[in-house]
Design a protein around this ligand. Structure first.
Ligand code: GAL
Length: 892
């Protein structure tokens, strides 16, 4: 019996192993080669036009990856792009981490199993608003090291890591020629921006990096971005808001756009950036119009800087980036939908784009131009045509005039081009897409505070309070964090040490403690002269807090020279404590290894009778980090060991305090967010997972335009929003880090926030709007279904424009708040009926959409009747989405 059981167990184990081996060995593609010519990457012998979606794997959880990749694919991406993150993968020199959010192999496998390619930017310098640009902080400590230049210790470390990654990819069979998804790699990152700092050594370093990378035998092309002197076979690529007109440094290299900035990042106390999709689509269309062949959205999903991964200094925890997929993994509309249409339009042009060696240029007007791609009879490159049976012609018509629309004649036909737009004609006749005409819906996210969809009544009761918020709890426990020394683990030394040299970035916090003797004469001197002493610091960053005898004297935030902080001393010995804090390490620029943190130059006490006292020569006691950090009071297993006491509501807000509570989360899949708007500055953990830093700094009141005009060149200040409001109050808590009940929330608060007002909420798309007119183009998928249409038999008039509305998965359209077919006015949530209005608008839309997850309505008099002859009609709709399980509709 025993024997039999053991045998069954063994067989079971062998079976599991075999399954695992099969999975590990699974090829995602038939092995294929990747090369390139001047026109494009050549994938398995065919030139391709490729759309790439930037997703940084550690900025999401592995549980989120499948959905993010699927949504990128559905949005028209062929490729997923990511940096590698050296400091995440090798937190301690020689100790590697490829687990959890750093499980790069798992991530790339998922990309492959979705049939997408992968573009891996190994760097290993990443920039990316990521702590220290992705460098491990221990790298600074290697004797004689100088980053990113012809420096043997640096080159050795860099080569070791790059080789480690390339070897790993090869072992895991992830390169295209092994049947894996990786088609391209990047070495370095925008080195051209700083190369000048290093003179000849910089030039030598570029050559070395290129040669080193090529020598690793990865077998796929390598790129360098912003590197006009990229040598050998390395493709130099463009990073910018616009890259049309970019020309690589050799005719043999294709035009590649490694970073199309579709939004921007944000600092604490900054406004939120927004890049309108009309302009983004314009930039992408212009790129392909003028010969581009590979374009990567930086970012397609930005995600979250969990833990202390945020770079800076001062970059916020959210890395939403105004990307097409928002921080929580929900689609950001109309960005995602409009780009999806654009990608479908470009896809329709691909046969012609790859067949032509270069476009034919036709000037259509002073600021209007066409580029025509035709299979050339003589080019002899028919091999590159994907659909060989068709002789193809595709054209892009651009109007770069920011103010006026233009009427142009192209190949004998008239076209109207809206300002700052590109029309795409896959058959050189029919416009299937114009970058300025957005048919995709707008989605408005809501954060649910009242849980209308919770089936658990007791949860509602537990969480709702008199002001109708959805508070985490009313019962909190608390511990005071000591000011200054808290452990044996301190040391005393003469002078001021540089911050990172001491903390090694294991914590944001470094305490500097010394003793100041104040005599009767000093006190008399201050009284007589009516002055007070002050701490004077030559230079400091990122945050300084000054304490005397445990009392906070003042705080300084930023990068400052000549800091002057008055202090209050008493007679006798006084404890002077300087708390230096980093808020994300510098991630951009040359000489990062010299950058450091905290204080520079001298620290003095001024205002004393006998002149200034140079504290730089004093004995200082150093204490790294917080006691709570060291004891891991935020960890599920450890927190009970600490001496938490009940927090009494109504007590004065207290600084340097730990709080903890337990909370429940409504079931479901909606993303969860923590409202920390009532807090000051600190860090938060849920079930031991570090959610990130928080800080309720408010953005400037001014600098947000009332109307965001997408026309004209974009920069990150244009169309910014959220003026006068805290930059970030919502913090993403990934579902996979949560249990249904009893989740441990621990907060470390520095400045005295109010934990009682912390709430946990669900994020969902609550309102959807769309506006589509008779003059819009038919849905893109119709064109792909009717490929034959492009021989001229089927004209655009045969296909009616449609409005497509959808709620996120699990939701349905629960009400039509507004519907008007005619000449409706205003925008989403401000629609009103115009002079012309079909009275059946609401009925028609309700019949088509109510109770459904998604619906389509044809924009046609055949559907609504004609409410006003001779006028171009528009359908505008605003609808609400509700959880299907809660809506009182039958499921469709
Ligand atoms: C680029 C850099 C990226 C990122 C971006 C701004 O210059 O290559 O890593 O930092 O700027 O978001």
């Amino acid at each position: 019996m025993e024997y039999q059981r053991a045998w069954i167990r063994l067989r079971w184990l062998l079976l599991c192993l075999a399954v695992q081996l099969v999975v590990a060995d699974a090829e995602f593609f038939k092995p294929f080669n990747v090369s390139y010519d001047h026109r494009a990457l050549i994938i398995d012998g065919k030139r391709r036009m490729l759309i790439s979606a930037g997703i940084h794997y550690p900025r999401a959880t592995p549980e989120m990856w499948p959905d993010l990749i699927a949504k990128s694919k559905e949005g028209g991406a062929d490729v997923i792009e990511s940096y590698t993150f050296w400091n995440g993968h090798e937190p301690v020199r020689g100790q590697y981490n490829f687990e959890g959010r750093y499980d790069i192999v798992k991530f790339i496998r998922l990309v492959g199993s979705n049939g997408l390619y992968l573009f891996l930017r190994i760097g290993p310098y990443a920039c990316a608003e990521w702590n220290f640009g992705g460098f491990p902080v221990w790298l600074r400590d290697i004797p004689g090291i100088e980053f990113r230049t012809d420096n043997p210790p640096f080159k050795e470390e860099m080569q070791r890591f790059v080789k480690k990654i390339v070897d790993l990819m090869q072992e895991e069979k992830l390169f295209s020629w092994q049947g894996g998804p990786i088609i391209m790699l990047q070495i370095e990152n925008e080195y051209g921006n700083i190369e000048g700092t290093f003179g000849q050594k910089g030039k030598d370093y570029v050559k070395w990096a290129a040669k080193m990378a090529l020598g690793l035998g990865a077998g796929v092309p390598w790129v360098m971005c912003r590197q006009t002197d990229a040598p050998y076979d390395i493709i130099d690529a463009c990073n910018a808001y616009y890259c049309d007109g970019y020309k690589p440094n050799s005719y043999n290299k294709p035009t590649i756009w490694t970073e199309n900035w579709d939004g921007w990042y944000t600092s604490w106390g900054g406004r939120l950036p927004h890049r309108p999709v009309e302009d983004l689509a314009f930039a992408v269309a212009r790129f392909f119009q003028r010969g581009g062949s590979f374009q990567n959205y930086y970012m397609f999903f930005g995600g979250t800087n969990f833990g202390r991964t945020s770079g800076g200094p001062f970059y916020i925890t959210s890395y939403d980036y105004d990307a097409p997929i928002d921080e929580y993994g929900l689609l950001s509309e109309p960005k995602w939908g409009h780009l999806k249409d654009l990608h479908a339009a470009i896809r329709l042009c691909e046969p012609a784009l790859v067949a032509a060696d270069s476009p034919q240029y036709i000037k259509l007007g002073p600021k209007q131009e066409a580029h025509v791609y035709r299979e050339s009879m003589h080019a002899g490159n028919l091999n590159f045509s994907i659909y060989r049976s068709e002789s193809s012609c595709s054209a892009f018509l651009a109007n770069i005039d920011e103010h006026r629309s233009a009427s142009v004649t192209f190949l004998g036909q008239k076209y109207t081009l809206p300002p700052w737009s590109v029309s795409i004609l896959p058959d050189c006749k029919s416009v299937v897409f114009n970058t300025a005409k957005v048919g995709a819906q707008t989605s408005i996210k809501i954060v649910e505070s009242s849980l209308p969809f919770s089936s658990d009544v007791s949860l509602n009761q537990q969480f709702s309070t008199e002001n109708n918020g959805f508070h985490v709890t009313k019962s909190w426990m608390t511990i005071k964090e000591p000011i200054g020394v808290w452990s044996e683990n301190n040391f005393t030394i003469e002078g001021i040490l540089e911050h990172l040299n001491v903390t090694k970035d294991y914590s944001d916090y470094l305490w500097y403690i010394t003793r100041i003797y104040v005599s009767d004469d000093d006190i008399l001197f201050w009284e007589e002269n009516n002055i007070s002493p002050a701490v004077k610091i030559d230079s400091m960053r990122d945050v300084l807090r000054v304490f005397v005898n445990g009392q906070l004297q003042g705080s300084v935030i930023g990068h400052w020279v000549n800091v002057f902080q008055p202090v209050h001393f008493v007679r006798g010995y006084n404890d002077l404590v300087l708390l230096s804090q980093t808020v994300g390490l510098q991630n951009y620029g040359a000489l990062l290894e010299k950058d450091g943190g905290g204080f520079r130059g001298q620290i003095k006490l001024t205002g004393f009778r006998n002149g200034d006292i140079d504290l730089s020569k004093f004995l200082w006691t150093y204490q790294v980090g917080l006691k709570g950090e060291f004891l891991k009071v935020y960890a599920v297993e450890e927190n009970e060991k600490s001496e938490w006491t009940d927090f009494t509501p109504g007590a004065d807000p207290s600084i340097f305090t730990w709080y903890k509570t337990y909370f429940d989360v409504p079931a479901g899949t909606d993303p969860v967010t923590l409202d920390l708007g009532s807090m000051g500055k600190g860090q938060a953990w849920v079930n031991g997972h570090h959610i990130g830093r928080y800080w309720t700094l408010v953005a400037p009141k001014d600098g947000c335009q009332k109307v965001c005009n997408y026309r004209g060149a974009y920069n990150s200040d244009k169309c910014a929003f959220n003026c006068g409001k805290p930059t970030q109050i919502w913090y993403h808590v990934p579902r996979s880090w949560l249990n249904d009940s009893d989740n441990l929330l621990v907060i470390f608060e520095e400045t005295g926030g109010n934990p009682l007002d912390i709430s946990i909420k669900l994020r969902a798309t609550g309102i959807i709007c769309a506006q589509v007119s008779e003059s819009h183009y038919p849905p893109l998928h119709k064109w792909s279904l009717t490929r034959g249409s492009f021989d001229g038999r089927l004209s655009v008039n045969d296909l009616t424009p449609e409005m497509h509305l959808y709620c996120q998965d699990g939701y349905m359209i629960s009400s039509i708040e507004f519907a008007s077919y005619g000449t409706p006015m205003g925008g989403c949530q401000e629609f009103s009926i115009g002079k012309c209005h079909a009275t059946n608008s609401s009925t028609v839309v309700s019949e088509a959409c109510l109770g459904r997850n998604n619906c389509s309505v044809k924009i046609s008099n055949l559907v609504f009747g004609d409410p006003c002859r001779g006028i171009v009609k528009t359908l505008a709709v605003e609808a609400r989405c509700m959880l299907s399980s809660n809506a009182g509709f039958a499921q469709f």
